[in-house]
Design a protein around this ligand. Structure first.
Ligand code: ARG
Length: 464
């Protein structure tokens, strides 16, 4: 009987219709058609080079595969979604076009090592695309930070005003996160860059294959050392999903701040109209939906990561069909991350920053209290004692409705004789900012340094 399946030799009837749909993966693995064809071409070339199939058969296979690829790209050929998976579709189309020679392609290969190959190739590409998007985001952050290396805003801990910082410094904190994300993706890509093809079903093959040749053709840096691991390793998928999850965590934290900053309570920024939405009932509303959606979509990616870990954790060696579930999860991770980055970066680039509002917020909340204590410490008072004195001054100010700047010298002196006229300069917000010159601190000169080294890193990740 002939069910059209690659594996129908030992079966007396075709799959039940619902089971057929349940078993199929073509509706989500079709997107790997390019990798499947490129991998097959390298495999066919290797088979001929090793004398496993004849040169003319290999040539015929490679030409036909190239034809299938260009027909798919031009839209002349459509992927037949009734096939089980993309591997079946490509092989069936090939034999449909060239007959007997096409049937030789699957020598010394299994779908188990083939799918592992396709997935690694596909994900290496996705990683590169994502790195490029992250690079753009980091560039945007550096440009914004440059503009705002002296723009004073309140820095927070516990969402309570803590110490003055610059907006540029705040932005560069995110740049550091995204730079780490790039490096994490690079690391994970390195481990994904190992050729599984040649592992065959699980045990290797009796044919005299040349795996290094295929690795070189397809741009892999090495060949997997164990055929069983080659077909059943999905660590690279989990690692990449982990890297995607952290990207989403960073984007989500950033989104949360954007959402806060847009509120009337803060009003530190205003999003461009092209990146905001309105309300169907409240005419005054301008909502930060984009940032909220980015924050919301992080859940999907974390979910995919957990799905992958759970799918793998009980699997005996080697290939099990459970692994087919890896694709939707990891595709979903990259689709979401890319989508979010594509809207997030221009949203940042076009937002209006409101330095006056930031400055006004920094003027309240006694965020120069540490500097006031540091002033006393410089006059020889131990920091803990100075801290106590300033605590009492703050309590006094709250009671009298005053700020540290508005106390007169007499009032200061009633707390400590060490206070002199220069206290006002010491607690000026510009002084507070400019004096935090420790490495990685918020002083503009340090922020500028950070931007410079950030830019160098961004440049170094550029694809050569
Ligand atoms: N569609 C399958 C997957 O995604 C391809 C591998 C099938 N291998 C097998 N032995 N049934 O994992």
């Amino acid at each position: 009987m002939n069910s059209g399946k690659l594996w129908d030799g030992r079966f007396s009837k075709g799959l039940d219709g619902t089971v057929n749909d349940f078993n199929a993966s073509i509706h989500f693995d079709a997107r790997m058609y390019r990798e499947d064809i490129t991998g097959s071409i390298a495999h066919a070339q290797m088979l001929a080079k090793q004398g496993i199939i004849e040169e003319k058969d290999s040539e015929e296979i490679c030409d036909a595969l190239a034809g299938i690829l260009s027909d798919l790209e031009s839209g002349k050929l459509e992927i037949d979604l009734s096939c089980e998976d993309i591997h079946s579709f490509v092989e069936q189309t090939l034999t449909g076009r060239i007959g007997e020679a096409g049937k030789k392609l699957h020598t010394a290969r299994s779908r188990n090592d083939q799918v592992a190959l396709d997935l690694r190739m596909y994900l290496k590409n996705e990683t590169d695309t994502t790195i490029e998007l992250l690079r753009k985001l980091c560039e945007t952050l550096c440009t914004l930070a440059e503009r705002h290396s002296s723009t004073i805003m309140p820095g927070y801990t516990h969402l309570q005003r803590a110490q003055p910082i610059s907006f540029g410094h705040h932005l560069m904190a995110y740049a550091q996160m995204f730079l780490r994300d790039i490096s994490r993706l690079e690391d994970a890509k390195e481990r994904a860059n190992v050729l599984p093809l040649g592992s065959c079903a699980l045990a290797g093959t009796t044919y005299n294959t040349d795996r290094a040749f295929v690795a070189e053709k397809l741009g892999f840096s090495s060949v997997c050392a164990n055929s069983m691991d080659g077909v059943s390793d999905r660590d690279f998928v989990v690692e990449l999903a982990g890297a995607c999850s952290l990207i989403m965590t960073h984007l989500s934290r950033f989104s949360e701040e954007i959402i806060l900053w847009c509120s009337w309570e803060f009003k530190f920024i205003e999003l461009d109209d092209a990146y905001s939405t309105g309300s169907s009932i409240m005419p005054q509303k301008k909502n930060p939906d984009i940032a909220e959606l980015v924050r919301g979509k992080s859940g999907r990616v974390f979910g995919h990561l957990i799905s992958l870990l759970t799918m793998l954790k009980g699997l005996p060696l080697a290939y099990n069909k459970d692994m087919q579930e890896d694709k939707e999860a990891i595709f979903g991770c990259f689709d979401t991350v890319k989508l979010c980055l594509e809207v997030f970066t221009p949203m940042l680039a076009t937002m209006k920053v409101l330095p006056c509002r930031m400055r006004a917020a920094a003027a309240g909340g006694f965020i120069n209290a540490t500097d006031c204590a540091d002033y006393l410490t410089a006059k020889g008072i131990p920091f803990r004692t100075a801290y106590k004195i300033v605590g009492q001054i703050v309590a006094y100010c709250i009671e009298k409705g005053k700020t540290l700047e508005s106390l007169n010298l007499e009032e200061y002196k009633s707390f400590s004789e060490q206070f002199e006229d220069d206290i006002y300069g010491a607690i000026d917000l510009n002084t507070c900012l400019n004096r935090r010159t420790s490495e990685g601190g918020t002083a503009p000169e340090q922020v500028v340094k950070q931007i410079e080294s950030g830019r160098l890193k961004v440049e170094s990740y550029k694809k050569s």
